[in-house]
Design a protein around this ligand. Structure first.
Ligand code: AGP
Length: 605
């Protein structure tokens, strides 16, 4: 949820800290700050708003020092202002934090009783004041170890110390943290994306680990305070390392590169010559699987809902889905023959990661579908299937959603075939159709002109409804989520068949209603639901691949999709909904890549 960077170097670090914070802004952008150690003094600079604000401050009053930490914030405790921005420093220590200290109120009360004064409303400042106490009698490592023992909740920390002007200490519990290695320089960062421009050699801390780094060395310690070694990973070169290129913003780039990312993913897993899926090392023999359980958050959860229909249609298996924040607290019955599938673009979502940990603790077999192969969720699952979509910077997930659905579709096909639930000819036909998907997505993107025209309808409306049945119901949910998170307008996704049980009362003259209605087995029933909405004045945007005459009167706009195997319609109907949310947000002059109140990776509960 927040972004952390630390650099120990033989040269001034503030410029590199700022550049890294710019890369981390997708994780949180309420406020920003840095602290360096120069001539044994802690120099702290911070501000509300974006990193470029901080850059202007530094331009006016540069901060020297060969050692420093930086932070971009997504507020959890305390409003987003300068005082609550990180770092939080005392005379002798400065701290940046990602996570939530759940016993901060209790600790704060104890410190205040000892006469300590707080400047901010944050939980992080508790860590600063605890450390300041401990450092009076202990060296930095011991002071950190003893402070962490008092904390409950999650943290990734970066800490610098007066009188120890060559060390940075990092610590991890529940929030991601990585170390990067270079010559005469070493780094601490929330994720590899922040470090990638400075090094391709990375180690990840695990929960309970502490690292102590200088410009020349890095040491790791485990929970028992033993010195340990960590694997050094060489990061893959991201060819299309996130640059906007000619696009106005990352989201438009990521929407329009979906045909390419889909093709790349298909090429990764589907044999070019034969119609065969190249999956190996299943954690469970597909024939032994009892049940499929799909877990994710937000858009990733919507991909799980779509996949439920595919697994149910292609296999003989029972399928469950759950949002991770609910799953992790249920009274669950684990079964070693269940396959638990975790979907996460970032691979760092706290709830999804906690749900995965719960499954592992109970001996369950886990598979993760991620976009960041070095992520926590990927590293902690038995089997990882990367979606190969390339870095997704826009906070609103687009190409990752298509990639998540694609991997789930391929997985459902493969498992069904290996279980003999699907005949070879049907299996191969579906693979043949799947190979056409990239070109069909390109065709769908051509609906942008029409979408731009209808986008205006949403600006004046009190809200909007997105309706669908079967495979189209989760797509209706995803379309509503996209519109909400990008344009801040109320929108609701609903099963079309459920409208008569209450929400029909919302329909009034001119209300925009989006009907996702491919020519599948639900088609005529969805058309009837649409007529119910039209009869009450709803303004219909119809997304369909049908030319059926029954659906031409009283429709505000029809977006015609190319025809395709009905199991693949979720991919095509998603495109106009992404474009709709994008253009409404554009008309409203919202921040497309960094919508208010959100962050790309929610690494706190
Ligand atoms: C996507 O548009 C949303 N911003 C959000 O719901 C996201 O899908 C969710 O936070 C899960 O993130 P993850 O895929 O990185 O786990």
């Amino acid at each position: 949820m927040c972004g952390i960077i630390g650099i120990a170097s033989n040269k001034s670090v503030s410029t590199n800290i700022i550049n890294s914070l710019k890369k981390l802004e997708y994780r949180g952008y309420d406020s920003a700050g840095l602290a360096t150690l120069n001539k044994n003094e802690i120099n702290e600079k911070k501000c509300s708003g974006r990193v470029e604000q901080l850059e202007k401050i530094l331009f006016k009053s540069p901060t020297e020092g060969n050692l420093g930490i930086g932070h971009v914030r997504w507020a959890t405790h305390g409003i987003p202002n300068e005082v609550n921005a990180h770092p939080h420093s005392s005379e002798i220590v400065s701290v940046v934090h990602n996570g939530i200290i759940e016993n901060s109120t209790e600790l704060k009360n104890q410190l205040e009783k000892k006469g300590k004064k707080f400047k901010s409303q944050t939980d992080t400042e508790v860590i600063t004041l605890l450390l300041t106490e401990e450092l009076k009698t202990k060296n930095p490592l011991q002071a950190v170890q003893d402070t962490l023992a008092k904390l409950e909740g999650s943290f990734a920390l970066g800490i610098i110390f007066k009188n120890f002007n060559n060390i940075i200490i990092g610590a991890r519990r529940g929030s991601p943290l990585a170390v990067g290695y270079s010559n005469n320089e070493n780094y601490l960062g929330s994720d590899s994306y922040a470090l990638k421009s400075m090094t391709n050699k990375i180690s990840y801390l695990d929960d309970g680990d502490i690292c102590l780094l200088t410009k020349d060395k890095v040491e790791f310690y485990d929970l028992k305070k033993n010195k340990i070694n960590k694997k050094v990973l060489i990061l893959s070169e991201d060819k299309n390392i996130a640059q906007k290129g000619d696009y106005k913003n990352f989201m438009s780039k990521e929407i329009f590169e979906q045909p390419i990312t889909t093709k790349n993913c298909i090429n990764e897993y589907i044999d070019k010559e034969r119609d065969e899926i190249n999956f190996f090392n299943f954690p469970l023999d597909p024939k032994d699987i009892n049940k499929i359980v799909l877990i994710g958050c937000g858009t990733a959860y919507h991909s799980c809902l779509v996949a439920k229909y595919w697994f149910e249609n292609f296999t003989s298996l029972p399928v469950e889905t759950d949002v991770a924040s609910e799953f992790r607290y249920r009274n669950l019955r684990f079964n070693k023959k269940n396959l638990y599938i975790f979907v996460s673009q970032s691979g760092e979502t706290a709830d999804t990661s906690a749900a995965l940990d719960l499954c592992k603790k109970n001996g369950a077999k886990t598979c993760s579908i991620v976009n960041v192969v070095e992520s926590t969720i990927a590293r902690n699952s038995d089997w990882t299937l990367p979606i190969h979509a390339g870095p997704e910077i826009g906070v609103a997930s687009t190409k990752a959603f298509i990639g998540q659905m694609l991997l789930l579709y391929i997985l459902a096909l493969k498992i069904s075939f290996l279980r003999n639930d699907l005949e070879k000819k049907d299996y191969q036909l579906k693979i043949k159709n799947l190979k056409k998907l990239p070109d069909l997505l390109t065709k769908c993107l051509k609906s942008e002109d029409k979408i731009q025209l209808v986008a205006k309808d949403f600006l004046e409306a009190k809200g909007s409804m997105f309706l669908g049945r079967g495979l189209s119901f989760p797509i209706a949910l995803e379309g509503a989520l996209k519109l909400k998170e990008l344009s801040y307008l109320h929108a609701e996704g609903y099963p079309a068949g459920e409208m008569k049980h209450g929400p029909l009362a919302l329909i009034e003259n001119g209300l925009p209603v989006i009907i996702v209605c491919p020519n599948d087995k639900y088609f005529h029933k969805t058309v009837s639901n649409m007529q119910e909405v039209i009869a009450r004045g709803g303004k219909i945007l119809l997304i369909t691949d049908s030319n059926d005459s029954v659906i031409n009167e009283n429709i505000r706009f029809t977006i015609n999709l190319p025809k395709i195997d009905e199991s693949l319609t979720p991919f095509l109907s998603t495109i106009p909904l992404q474009l709709l949310a994008y253009h409404v947000a554009l008309l409203k002059k919202c921040d497309i890549d960094k919508p208010r109140n959100l962050a790309k990776s929610v690494t706190v509960e």
